[in-house]
Each structure stands twice: as structure tokens, then as C-alpha cells.
Design a protein around this ligand. Structure first.
Ligand code: 2M8
Length: 459
């Protein structure tokens, strides 16, 4: 166990970082939800809200509960929790918004909010479990759980009913934005199969480049053309899942998404047991997904997990941080776990932990496409490192767990609450005052040997 003496920061420095993180979250608080960032992302995002709720749960139970309640209030009738719930007070600064999605073509669309027509990695079971652990007002917690738990179960049921065509326990995603790691090099091979010369792209105007972020740190125009083309397919099929399945060129069983799903189901099992509910169905889902990951997404040759392209029926053998995400769950066998750990210790994923090397980059640093400042094509992301940190701990890699934890704290202390960080220099990029960076810093700090929120002089 790490001790106070081994930490490179004193208590006051840690308290200052914690307080700054709280002020970032309060600054982005829009009432029912927290914006991912002040300008670039003005709406409510699905997995962002899950991470945000984890952080807030350490200091404001009711506000953390509200973060998830507002997201699940926008749940579709078929159980899908949308990627974006639109903030109708701030339309115009983001693309695509409701007029482009036209998601109300779906029979499943909610009638009281506007949303996009895709989903995202379901981290909410993890967040609800965390809220339950941190709650001080148990009566309030019980009332809230009673109301949110069935919605969470319904959201998982959606994946197994609508997105698991071969009953393998593996959910597919049908858009890079559903992965959350939008322009990951892993999506290049399937996206390049969409021949832009042979499809008609609806006209559109990007807004993400209006925020002083260098264009080479964002997805390219051809990426956006393909993102938009996929939306056009959904619109033509009125967001009917089975019609989309028949027609969509991008259908991927992704280890990141499925590992999160499985870990989130574990969270629901804990909550279900606490509430005295039947959890057999949840346990079956968890086990089937773990088996699917372990058996179908593993590459013997590479010793890594990869996404499976359902259209082309093959693994996409591109090493990214998501190759390690099954560590978050009970999916990997002991042998697979050892191989993953060995790969994490190679130059590809930054073993040195010297001043010039910060934890786990999102893509193989020796890969051809590695780009240390382009979005999901190389940088370190705090949410992915936070998930991997949990996975390392789960599988007993204490030393590596502590070094990833230290890097999360140090990166943010040096460079601020940035969206992503250069794995070589540490430098922060993308938007500033990014909510999940702040929220997960709070949770990471709370995992240190002393708990800041227990420190009465701090409160
Ligand atoms: C980024 O994605 C959105 C589309 O969902 C965008 O680029 O406009 C991703 O980093 C995603 O994971 C994140 O949830 C979202 C908001 O922070 O931004």
C-alpha cells in the first residue's frame, strides 16, 4: 500500500487540485446536467455524465444523482440511452444538432426532449454503484435507486435485444461516435470501406473548428463525411435498428464498449442485491459478455484484444488502449491477463514513467498512425487511464496501478483540466476545463491513502 510519505505531493497541493476540480465542475454545471466543457460541447453527453457523476458523488450525492436522472429522462422507449441530450437553450454552436439527426423519425423517440440517434459506452452502472458507495443520505439514495435501477436494466436489455444479432453477449456499435473514441486508428479500416466518391453526402457545416483548437488535433473532413453518411443511413431507415443492421457498413463489436458493459452490469448486480432484486438475468448478461470478449475478441497472434468487424467478419488488428480494456472486467483468462500486462510494458504503450512519458496513450506509440496531439490517435485520455487503472488494480498489478494513478494526478497538476494530453511531453490539448478530467481527478484523489473528503479542515 502506498503511504503518504511515498506521494510526491503534500496534502495542501492535493486539496488545491481537488478544489480546482470541483470549481471546474461547478462552472460547467447547467442545472440538470454538466456540460463536458464550457463551449466546445454545450449539450449533455452520455458517458461524460457517467464519469461526471462518479466525481460529484464524492461531495454532493443529490447533484450526482441528478446528473444521471436527467440523462435517463431522455431514454428512448426501446431502452436506448442517447449519446447526446440537447440543451435547447444553446443550439447553434455544435454540429450535428436535432435538425440534422431527425431522430424523431423513430417510433421509439421520447416526446419531451431532443436527442441524437445513437448511444455510447454504458458507464452508468459503474457510476450508480459509486453513488451508492458514497451516499450519506440513505433514505434519499433508496428512493432514487428504486426509480433509476429499472431504467438502467432496460438500457442493458436494449443492447442484448437490439445489438447482439448472434446472441454472443457482444454488443455492436454502428457509429464511431458510439465508441466514444471517435477517430481512433482502429476505425480507419472499416471507415475506408465507405467510398466517398460513390455515396452522396448531405450538406453540413462543422462547428467544432470554431473554438480555437488547431484542426490537426480534431478528426479530418473525410472522417466527418463518413460520420455524416452513417447518420444519413439511419435517417433513411427511420432509426429502425434491424433495418440499419441490414444496411450499415460500420458494425463493430468493440472490446472497450463490451468491457464497460460487462463492468457496468457488475455495478447493477451490486445495486440489485442491495435493493433485494432478482439478479439472475444480470449475471447471465455479465457472463455471456465476458465469454464473448475472451473467446471472440482475442488475437493469439498479437496477445491483444481487438474489435471485430461484423461486416467483413474479421478482427481489426490495430493495437490501441482499448485492447487492454477487458482488464476492467472479469473477461480475460489468467494467461490473457499476463500477456496484456507484458504488452503494456513495451515501448508501444509507454513503460518508462520518466518525466517525458505519461501513462497509457490511446494508440500504439510505434504505430504508423501515431500522432501525439491528434484527439484519439495518440494522446493520453484521463477516462481511459482511469478505467485501465481500475483494471490493473482488479488484476493485482499494484505497482502499475499506482504509477498510472500518479500520472493522472501529475498530468492535470502540470497542464490543467485539458481534454487530452501528449504522452511524450505531457502537454495538454483540446478544450480546457474539461469536465470528466476534473471528475475523475476527484475520484483518483479519493483513492489515495488519505481521503480528502474525510478531511474536516478541508470541508
Ligand atoms: C467527443 O465526441 C463528440 C461526438 O460525440 C465530438 O467530437 O463532437 C468524444 O471525445 C466523446 O468521447 C465525448 O463524449 C464527447 C464530449 O466530451 O466529445
Amino acid at each position: 500500500m502506498n503511504t503518504q510519505a511515498e506521494l510526491p505531493w503534500d496534502r495542501q497541493e492535493i486539496r488545491d487540485s481537488y478544489q480546482e476540480a470541483v470549481s471546474v465542475l461547478k462552472g460547467n454545471d447547467f442545472g440538470p446536467f454538466t456540460k463536458p466543457a464550457p463551449d466546445l460541447y454545450p449539450h449533455q453527453w452520455n458517458w461524460d455524465s457517467g464519469f461526471i457523476a462518479v466525481g460529484i458523488s464524492h461531495y454532493d450525492q443529490i447533484r450526482a444523482q441528478r446528473e444521471l436522472s436527467s440523462l435517463f429522462d431522455a431514454q428512448w422507449d426501446n431502452g436506448m440511452v442517447p449519446q447526446i441530450v440537447f440543451n435547447m437553450d444553446e443550439l447553434g454552436d455544435y454540429f450535428p444538432e436535432p435538425d440534422f439527426w431527425q431522430a424523431d423519425r423513430s417510433n421509439e423517440y421520447p416526446d419531451h426532449v431532443e436527442t441524437s440517434g445513437i448511444t455510447m459506452p454504458p458507464v452508468h452502472g459503474i457510476a450508480v454503484e459509486k453513488i451508492m458507495e458514497n451516499a450519506s443520505d440513505k433514505a434519499q439514495l433508496d428512493r432514487w435507486l428504486d426509480q433509476i435501477f429499472p431504467k438502467l436494466v432496460q438500457s442493458h436489455a436494449f443492447f442484448y435485444r437490439e445489438r447482439d444479432p448472434h446472441n454472443e453477449g457482444l454488443t455492436y456499435i454502428r457509429h464511431p461516435w458510439e465508441s466514444g473514441i471517435d477517430n481512433s486508428p482502429a476505425w480507419d479500416p472499416p471507415l475506408k470501406e465507405i467510398d466517398l466518391d460513390s455515396v452522396t453526402i448531405p450538406s453540413y457545416e462543422r462547428k467544432d473548428l470554431d473554438h480555437d483548437i488547431p484542426p490537426d488535433q480534431r478528426p479530418g473532413h473525410e472522417d466527418y463525411d463518413r460520420y455524416v453518411h452513417l447518420i444519413d443511413i439511419y435517417r433513411k431507415h427511420n432509426y429502425d435498428e434491424s433495418a440499419i443492421y441490414d444496411d450499415c457498413p460500420f458494425l463493430i463489436q468493440d472490446p472497450l464498449f463490451n468491457s464497460i458493459l460487462s463492468r457496468s452490469t457488475e455495478g447493477l448486480i451490486s445495486v440489485g442485491k442491495y435493493l433485494g432484486r432478482e439478479t439472475t438475468q444480470l449475471e447471465d448478461w455479465r457472463d455471456r459478455t465476458c465469454r464473448g470478449i475472451r473467446e471472440k475478441l482475442w488475437s493469439e497472434e498479437h496477445g491483444l484484444f481487438f474489435p471485430y468487424d461484423l461486416r467483413r467478419q474479421k478482427l481489426i488488428e490495430v493495437p490501441t488502449a482499448m485492447s487492454f480494456l477487458p482488464l476492467l472486467s472479469r473477461s480475460p483468462s489468467a494467461e490473457q491477463t499476463r500477456e496484456l500486462y507484458d504488452k503494456l510494458e513495451t515501448c508501444s504503450f509507454c513503460p518508462m514513467h520518466e518525466d517525458s512519458c505519461f501513462s497509457i496513450p490511446n494508440y500504439d506509440m510505434e504505430g504508423e498512425e501515431f500522432d501525439p496531439d491528434n484527439y484519439w490517435r495518440g494522446p493520453v485520455w484521463i477516462n481511459i487511464n482511469w478505467l485501465l487503472m481500475k483494471g490493473l488494480k482488479r488484476h493485482g498489478y499494484q505497482e502499475k496501478f499506482r504509477s498510472v494513478r500518479a500520472d493522472i494526478i501529475e498530468l492535470i497538476r502540470r497542464w490543467g483540466f485539458r481534454e487530452y494530453f501528449d504522452p511524450l511531453s505531457g502537454k495538454g490539448y483540446g478544450t480546457d476545463r474539461f469536465s470528466w478530467t476534473a471528475a475523475l481527478l476527484i475520484d483518483t484523489i479519493e483513492s489515495l491513502p488519505f481521503r480528502v473528503s474525510d478531511d474536516k479542515s478541508f470541508r
